[in-house]
Write a protein that binds this ligand. Sequence first.
Ligand code: FCB
Length: 486
Amino acid sequence: MKALSSSGSATPDAAPLVAATERPDAARGAVSAQHLARLRSRFGQDFLWGVATSAFQIEGAVAVDGRGPSIWDTFCRIPGAIVDGSNSDVSCDHYHRLEADLDLIASLGVGAYRFSISWPRVQALGRGAWNRAGMDFYRRLVDGLQQRGIAAHATLYHWDLPQALQDSGGWAARDTALRFCDYAQHVAREIDGIAAIATVNEPWVVATLGHESGIFAPGIRNRATAMRVSHHLLLGHGLALQAMRSSGYRGALGIVLNQSPVHPATDSDADRSRALLEDGLTIRWYMDPLFRGAYPHDVLDHLGSDAPPVEEGDLRTIAQPLDYLGINYYTRSLASASGEPPQHGPQVELTDMGWEVYPQGLTELLLRLKRDYALPPLYITENGAAFRDTIEGGQVHDAPRVRYLLAHIAAAADAIDRGVDLRGYFVWSLFDNFEWASGLSKRFGIVHVDYQNLQRTPKDSALMLRQFLRPCADPVAAPSGLRDTP
Ligand code: FCB
C-alpha cells in the first residue's frame, strides 16, 4: 500500500501546532489530535467511514473501449448548459489511473469507497450487447478495493443515462425502468465482491433538475414529465431490487436520497405552507412510496393532472424492503411563498455553491426520519462542501472544509446519541471533479486535482481524515486547517 505522497502528489508539510521536539509523544498537532480522537470515540468500531465519487464526474475516457454516449455527454455540448463551458471528457481521468487512485483511497484509511457504475460504459446503448471492457474496468475496481481491504459500495445510476435510451423516451418512458432492471441484474450477477449496491442516486435531482427546471441533463422543462420520471425511477429501483435479490446477490441493497430539512423563510402562514409542500415534494414524495407504499396526498392534490400514471402493483414493487437507506446531506433549505431566494444574514457561512453551512440540519433530518418512518440502517452517503481552494507549494489549506466536515461528523454523532441507527459516513468527494452544470468550477474534493496535468494533491481535509481514521499511522504533519478547530 502506498502512502499519500506516492500517488503522484506532493505530501503537504504543514507547520506543526506543537513542535515535535517539545511533545515527541504526541507527534505533531497535539490539540487537534485530541479533538479528533474525542470525536472518533463517539462512533463504534464498526462504523463505516468512506469517500464517494461518481463515474461521470471522475472517469473521463468517455469515448474509450466501447463506452456509449450518455445524456450528460450530450448536455455538455449545449452552449451555456455548463457554466464554465467545460465537459467531463477527461475530468480526473480516473479510468486510466485506477491503480494509483486506489492506492490513494487506501492511504486515507477508509473502510469503504462509494463509486458509481457508468451504464453506457457497460452497455453502450442501454439495451442489447454488454461491453466486456467496461465490465472489466469495474471488476478491476472492485478487486482492487478488495485487495486493499476496502468495501465496494456501488451506485448503479448516478445520472449518466445512455443517450440511446433518452432517444427512445428516457426515464419518461416506462420501458426505461425495465431496461434499468436488466442492467442491475447483469451487474449484480457478473461483478463479484460488491458489498453494497444502491440503485439510484438522488431521484429528486434526476426528475426535478433534469426534467422540470431543465438545468441538468437531459434539460427538459415540463412538470408532468418530471413526475413521470420520478415514478419510473422508483419503479426501476423496485424492479431492480427484486431482480438482484432473486439472482442471488448477497450484499446490501438500498437507494440514495438527497434530503434537507425545509424551514419556512419567515413565520408567515404562507411560508409555512410552502415549506410543508416543499417537504412533500422533496422528502415525502420519495420516502412515502418507499416506506409506506403510497404517494403523499397533499402532493398529489397539488400536482393535479401533473401527477404520474401509476399502474396496479407499482407501489408494492417500489416498497420493497431495503437493507439500507443512503442520505446525501449538504444544507437545509428555506421555503418562501414569494419564491424569492432566501436572504442569508452576514453571520451565515456559505460554501462556494452558495449553500448555507448548517450542520445541525443533519441531526434534525435524521431524527425526523426516525420519527416518521420504519427505517432500515442509515448511511450518510454524501456530505461535503465546495470552497475556493488554492494550491501553494503542494499544499491546500482548506480550513473551511475541515471545519465543515468535523461539524457534520459531530452532528451525525449527535443523531446516533439520540437513537438513530446510522452505520456509516462518506465524504463527498474524494476528488475535485466535474460538478454537473457547474462544470470544473466548483471544488468538492478532499484531494485537489490539477486539470492541466491531472496531478492529485491531498488537501488538509484529506490529511485530517487520515489522522481521524488512523491516529496511530505514520505521523503526518498536522493539517494547518485544524488550527481553527476547537
Ligand atoms: C449531489 C450529487 C453529487 C455531487 C454533490 C455535490 O447532489 O449526488 O454527484 O454533485 O451533489
